[in-house]
Design a protein around this ligand. Structure first.
Ligand SMILES: [Zn+2]
Ligand SMILES: [Zn+2]
Length: 281
């Protein structure tokens, strides 16, 4: 399976030279079977614009799997030329909470935006997904509710039969208690999603120092992401959903700090354009 990071920023885009290395586009991760074009996209943040490059001129045919419906995970939908064309086939799946098209239209329709989701070109379908195990575009996808803030939120575990990734982009584990390290509970859903994963892509919006004052903002600390990876036996954790104020140098420092503690897991920070081929040699 190939993972391609198209947007790694949290909450709102972060343009500017001090954010250029990790990238300013919001959440969007493309998944492909080995040697094939990407057919699953995790979230439709502004990073979805990059998918058009990833597909090299081809129309998108596949599924956009939304973890939740916050702006930073949906704003890319109308800026996706590879999906907004007559020969595209796009299925959008969102955590079940009523008619997905109606719910999406609340944010994307006049007067908030010139058109609604159903006015995009091509063949678009809007469906909901329940928690549990599904077969999507040839992948096995396990969806589980995770605590975040303001709206139903899923983490996803995706496997192609050879490799497994876990994607928990927005996660507030402190609402379930302090957990063993004070950064949040390693609760059953988080452990089930990340169990023995080759790569855990996880919310790391805050530093361990910041989280005390931001515990009700809906996100996780970097140390929690690393701790969850270790507790679940994941091989690699990729820090994701960087705070929009976090400069490249600050992300570097966070990664260095996490590695310094010598965790039993490889620690990286997600950067736009990063490609991970699994299984890793
Ligand atoms: Zn987010
Ligand atoms: Zn969110």
């Amino acid at each position: 399976m190939r993972i391609e990071m198209c947007g790694v920023r949290g909450s709102t885009p972060a343009p500017g030279p001090e954010f250029a290395r990790y990238g300013g586009n919001t959440s969007c991760v493309a998944l492909a079977h080995d040697g094939a074009p990407s057919t699953v996209v995790l979230d439709a943040g502004t990073g979805l614009r990059r998918m058009t490059q990833v597909l090299q001129g081809e129309a998108f045919s596949g599924t956009i799997l939304l973890g939740h419906l916050h702006w930073d995970h949906t704003h890319g939908l109308p800026f996706f030329p590879a999906g907004d064309r007559a020969d595209a086939h796009v299925r959008v799946l969102a955590p079940a909470q009523g008619d997905t098209l109606v719910v999406l239209r609340r944010a994307m329709s006049p007067p908030h935006f010139p058109i609604g989701p159903d006015e995009l070109n091509g063949h678009w379908r809007f469906d909901s997904i329940e928690s549990g195990t599904h077969r999507i575009e040839g992948f096995t996808v396990f969806a589980a509710d995770v605590p975040h803030k303001g709206g139903r939120t899923f983490g996803y575990r995706v496997s192609d039969g050879h490799a497994t990734i876990a994607y928990i982009s927005d996660h507030c584990p402190t609402v379930l208690g302090p957990g063993p390290g004070g950064l949040g509970e390693y609760h059953d859903a988080a452990l089930a999603l990340a169990r023995d994963a080759d790569v855990l892509i996880h919310d790391a919006q805050y530093t361990d120092e910041e989280i005390a004052n931001k515990a009700n903002f809906g996100h996780a600390a970097c140390g929690y992401a690393v701790g969850l990876a270790v507790a679940a036996g994941a091989r690699r954790v990729v820090l994701f959903h960087h705070d929009p104020s976090r400069t490249d140098d600050q992300v570097d420092a966070i990664v260095a700090g996490c590695r310094e503690a010598g965790p039993a897991v490889v620690v990286d920070a997600a950067a736009e354009g990063m490609v991970i081929d699994l299984p890793e040699s």
